[in-house]
Design a protein around this ligand. Structure first.
Ligand SMILES: [Zn+2]
Length: 80
């Protein structure tokens, strides 16, 4: 029997989240919209904010959150 655990969770997003979570220092979290952007981004690709939380714990938490919840605001293309 092949039972899937995840309901409506995109495996691509989950993979991306795992990738981010395994390398959190390469990313940061936008303080305005909670998007995850690359550590060298100057402004957020989603809301153009410029305040970021670079704490690795925050990045990991947010990656897991974005990877597991059903959401529409952030796509993998936003995660530059
Ligand atoms: Zn933002």
């Amino acid at each position: 029997m092949n039972k899937t655990i995840s309901k409506g969770v995109s495996s691509a997003r989950l993979e991306r989240a795992q990738e981010i979570a395994s390398n959190p220092s390469a990313y940061k979290v936008c303080e305005c919209c909670d998007s995850i952007v690359g550590a060298n981004s100057v402004t957020c690709s989603n809301c153009h904010g410029y305040r970021f939380d670079t704490s690795q714990t925050r990045v990991v938490d947010q990656a897991i959150f974005l990877g597991t919840r059903k959401q529409t605001s952030v796509t993998s293309s936003d995660l530059v």
